[in-house]
Every structure is written in C-alpha cells, then in structure tokens.
Ligand binder design. Sequence first.
Ligand SMILES: [Zn+2]
Length: 402
Amino acid sequence: MGQGDEGRREAVGAAALFRGRRLVAGSVLRFPTLTEPDGHPMPPFVAAHTGREPEHLRLAPALCCLCGVEDADPIAVGTDFEYRTSPDEFLAVRCRRCRLVYLNPRPADDEAERIYPDDYHAFQFRPAEFGLVYRIRRRLEARRLLRWCRGLPTDARILDVGCGDGFHLGLLKEFGKPGWELEGVDADMRAVAPARASGLTIHLGSVEEIDLPASAYHLILMVMTVEHLADPLETIRSVARLLVPGGRLVVVTDNARSPDFALFGGRHWGGFHFPRHTYLFDKGTLAELGAAAGLAVERIATAVSPVNWVYSLRNWLDDWGAPRWVVNRLSLKATLPLGFFTLLDMPLAAVGQGAILHGTFRKPATGRTSTEPMIEKSLRETPSFLYSLLHGKYPQPMTGRG
Ligand SMILES: [Zn+2]
C-alpha cells in the first residue's frame, strides 16, 4: 500500500462523514492519483480482463473560474453513477466568494476519452432508440430554438458551441430560414463524425483554438456545454469575440439552485454528472460569467427539465442498492418518469425554480467592457425557500471578482 492509499482512505472516511452533512468547512479532502508500479496507467478493459481493480483517474486541482482562486467549502461527494468509468469518489465544492459550484480536484485533461465512453448519450441520441421521447424533445427544442432566433437577419450566421451530434443545428436547418449559415464546434471526433455525415459544417476542436472569424456570428448557442468546460470564462470570452456587435449568446445549463439540487445536492444530484461537470451555475453565477466576459445580461431564467430529477432519483436508488431493474427504469428513454418529472418541474419553473437555466447575453454594440453595472441587483439574490429549509442558512450573495 502506498501513501496514496492512505490518503484515499482518509477521503473515503471524510466522504462517509459528509453524507451525514456533518463535514466541517475547511476539512482537508485529498483524492490522490494512484499509479501502477511501473507508473503507467492500465486501460480499463485490460483491468477487466486481468481481474484487477479498475484504474483510478489521474486528477488535477481546479480553481473557481470566476474568482481565479481556490477558496471553497465542500458540498458533495459522489461517484460516476451513470457510466462507472472509474472507482473514484469526487468532491464538489462551492466558492465562498461567488457561490459557484465546481469539481475539485477533477479528472486531468488527458482522461477525457475515459470519462466520455463510446456509449456516452451525447454521442448517440438516436431516433430509433429513443422513440417517442426523441420526437417530443425534437418538437420542444425546435420551438425554443426559433424563439432565440427572433429578429435574426435572413443571412444570419449561427454557431453551436459543443454541438455534439448536431441535433440543434439539424433542427435549425429544418425549421429555420433557408439563408442562415449554420456551423458547429465540438472537441470530440466521435460527435463530429456523425454531425458531418448529416451534411453539417462542423469544426473539430475548441473555440479558443480554432481560427474562427471575429465579429462574424449573429447568434451563438451553448446548450448543455458550459458545465463541461475546463475554463468557462476563457471560452465565453472567445465566444464573445466571435459575436457581431449586438449579437446574442444563449447558454443553457443545469441549475445548481433548484429544488432538485436542494433535495439531492449532497451526493446524488443528476446535475453533478460526476466527474464530467466541472462547473455548475445558478442565476447569479451565470450572470456573472457573461458579464465577466464583457457581455450584457439580457435575461437569466429557469426552464422545465425532467432530466436531473430522473438521474437524481436513479443515483439515489442505485446507491442504496435498489434492484437493477428498478434503477434501469429511470433513464432518458423512460417516457413515464420523464413525463412525471416534467409535470413536477413545470410549476417550479413558473416561479423561477426550474431545473435548468437559460441565459441570454448580448455583445454591446458600443464595445463597453465594464461588467459590474450590467448585473441586475435581482440576479444577485435568487432565494430558494427549499434550499434555506434544508441547508439551514442562505448562502451569501456574491461579492464580485476577488
Ligand atoms: Zn468564485
């Protein structure tokens, strides 16, 4: 047993303690990287065939991307409930300065292939497999997309950052104006290949690296993308550069201040998506993200989504050893639970407590870059009654960049 094992036991002990919500702020939780004796990681499939323990992920420390420092309290510990890509337990923390939730430590950059396995849902949300759910989702998404496209010129240039298999671009191609120029960006070839195969223009890589034209796009979409990024602020800054003056950015992401988070946020919340979601926002931190990139905050709202409800319940049942057939009933293919939680989330979204966030931002036509006055007072304090009830106290309003 190496030193790493000692540290890991300590972390698991702390994790167990934390599940009882008694973890004291500032406790040292360390998740060291365990290496093979030869220092070389063994691929998971080799591990499976040799009957040895699956390899632990290499981890890297993280900072709050808004404050640029690490000054956070632990809030949750969990594992990769959905794909079991590693045996590790991961720690989510909340920045003391701005309330942003993030994974720390997180998988090292070169672990991406492992934490996004080939059967990852974003690579294969296929009509045949998802049937009715696919058709409903398609119709709802098309309506939502066209709402964001209101007022666009007939020759508008639209970019989907983190476009996956091209689902949203396909809808815009089908239901949008024929003159629109549609492009996507994704860093994973497994997503890019099928999107290109369906005739879409897709750039492989990240917006920071690819040489895309500045001040060229009228609308940029980031749908369920920002929570996966290594540095959301850097990416949003690059995105802001690509927008025409007056152009619009739409960000859709999980809401880390919602009733589903309040109920399951200590471990099982679907939005953690351990270890793939690096940063998780609420209305206030999402507004600050856009403002820090020099964008004007047009609107931050919540919307209905059953997905995190379904996965939270699934993770909870799984963790408590529920029979496999019960756990497997809860998935993105299961019409009944998706329908039930959609109905549950509808009144919550109506009072601004929906499970996902929609942020719309605009690049100022004047080139104004001062950010502070653009965040409305109302966005700084987004009270959640359930959150206060379950957690005893309401977290401090943000104090801006540290
Ligand atoms: Zn922060």
